[in-house]
Design a protein around this ligand. Sequence first.
Ligand code: GAR
Length: 223
Amino acid sequence: MNNIPRLNVIVLISGEGTNLQTLIDAERAGKINTRIQAVFSDRPKVPGIKRANRANIPSHCLAHSDFPNRATYELELASHIDSYEPGLIVLAGFMKVLGAGFVNHFRGQIINIHPSLLPRYRGLDTHRRVLEAGEEKHGATVHFVTEELDGGPRIIQYRIPIKAKESEAELAQRIHEGEYIILPQAVAWLANQRLALEGNDVILDNQKLGSPILIEGKHERSP
Ligand code: GAR
């Protein structure tokens, strides 16, 4: 490959972990120059934990409810993550909002995948809200995480036209397929030292990105 050492990565999840699986598969196939060191979940016994176990990746569950408040939870989570000395933290379906202390501690080293074309449709239930609004297009975004919820500088987006009468489940599935393209891509750029956050600017190949890289999905809008 190249002489760049493998990037140590921690992945945070809350559920299925299909994006985590994509990263594991890409790493094992030599497509991303990473070493996924550990997986953290805020919920016990979720399928994503089993995926980590199957891949022999250490997994930890830190539930918010086991701590008196958010600050102590995040301090513990940060210190546990720090013990791995990672170069990158990937929020891959991690559904807890992380506060300023945590986010600023890892600034420039945390990315998130969000199921919408940010800055549109921050927050939860994006597929349902997009369909209810009668949007023509939907997508997913990988962005650096900052204090602003789902508001950090965007790196790459996947966009598809919504089909006529498309169900929420089908749309969610098609968005997931795009996520499996853009998340490994962003991680690959970081692992190859091609991507960085400088201030609020995304730098790719020494150039400031004016707007996120856009990948258009193959599916045509049906009549
Ligand atoms: C993904 O669609 C991801 O974009 C979303 O959760 C899903 C996790 O799926 N993340 C958020 O909504 C974060 N606000 P997965 O567990 O199968 O990877």
